[in-house]
Ligand binder design. Structure first.
Ligand code: PLP
Length: 331
């Protein structure tokens, strides 16, 4: 059976590295912890000392409600939830419908996807006060933090101005000052100050440069056979061998979340041949087990996509095993 190994040593390394920039971390564990497994990752984050996380929806929040002091839901319902849940306010309309007492205001500083606009801020603050919501946090999200260019700093400056305005409002209204957060992974080492909390996702899982990979996927061999010279293998025989070789069939396919490929794919220690099947793929050589990838930053080069996309689609059906290692093999 194929197994996903979660490298605790590397996860902790990444958390340590983020902590050296700002120790106040709201860990993003949305979408099954970027495909790693939300329960396994939550246990490890809790063990490390993480107190706050972000999830996608109420279902994910309910899964991890026992693990953390605060769970920020990016796309929440309108009805009341648990006391350690915080609901993101994505629009004025939603703020009007909301009945949960603990909120974070999301500000649209330029992403143009979600959040309160600058010219809606006064109305939002008045509404929040009138409805007696507790404003736990205020945040915004960068659209271009992984590029060079000035968008990030324009958004950042806008957010600082909004921060001042909100702090002033809260002081005048004798309300608790919320905490402010804006830095995703790519912004961690770009900003002059990362504000009260940082909000990284992919860096925790080692899907960008400078951080160590947490997930590796290992497959079992189902059968081994010989492919003769001038013989093809797999659907439509897109691979034709020009020599007699041994081939092994692995027990993972595109149904498990591996991106579809038509003409082979580079794995860690061998190559996949021809087309990937739903539940299988064929590789060159004779093996008992094959590591499909142990660093998604390398594996992604096979495909026209991003590391996030590969990680997040790894099937929840594959069993997860936590490992600890200082072996440089994993570095
Ligand atoms: C997904 C997400 C993050 C994390 O982004 P990374 O690029 O993975 O660090 C942070 N904030 C919001 C609002 C998000 O949706």
């Amino acid at each position: 059976m194929a197994t996903i190994y979660l490298n605790k040593t590397n996860l902790f390394y990444n958390l340590q590295k983020i902590s050296s920039i700002n120790p106040n971390i709201i860990a993003v564990i949305k979408d099954n912890a970027y495909g790693h497994g939300i329960i396994s990752i939550s246990k490890l984050l809790k063990e490390y000392g993480i107190k706050k996380v972000c999830v996608r929806n109420i279902d994910e929040a309910n899964l991890v409600r026992g693990f953390f002091e605060e769970i920020l839901i990016f796309n929440p319902p309108t009805n009341r939830g648990a006391i350690n849940f915080s609901y993101t306010i994505n629009s004025l309309t939603q703020l009007k419908k909301n009945r949960h007492p603990y909120i974070h205001l999301k500000i649209d500083t330029g992403f143009r996807r979600n959040g309160i606009l600058e010219n809606e801020l006064d109305e939002a603050l008045d509404l929040m006060k009138k409805k007696e919501f507790e404003l736990r946090g205020v945040f915004s999200h960068f659209c271009c933090a992984d590029e060079f260019g000035c968008d990030t700093f324009i958004q950042y400056d806008k957010f600082l101005k909004i921060k001042e305005k909100i702090v002033k409002f809260c002081k005048e209204s004798k309300l608790k000052i919320p905490y402010f957060h804006i830095a995703n992974s790519a912004a961690l080492n770009k900003l002059p100050h990362t504000l009260d909390y940082v909000r990284p996702g992919i860096a925790i899982y080692g899907g960008i440069d400078g951080y160590k990979p947490v997930m590796s996927l290992e497959a079992d061999v189902v059968s081994v056979r010989v492919l003769d010279e001038k013989e093809g293998c797999g659907y439509n025989k897109t691979f034709m061998s020009d020599e007699k070789i041994k081939i092994s069939t692995l027990d993972v396919g595109y149904a498990d979340g591996i991106p579809y490929f038509r003409n082979g794919c580079k794995l860690k220690d061998t190559i996949a041949l021809g087309k990937i099947s739903m539940d299988y793929m064929i590789v060159k050589g004779e093996f008992k087990k094959v590591i499909i990838f142990d660093d998604v930053k390398e594996f992604v080069k096979n495909f026209d996509t991003i590391t996030y996309d590969i990680l997040v689609k790894m099937s929840p059906r594959i069993k997860r095993k936590i490992i600890e290692t200082n072996n440089s093999f994993w570095a």
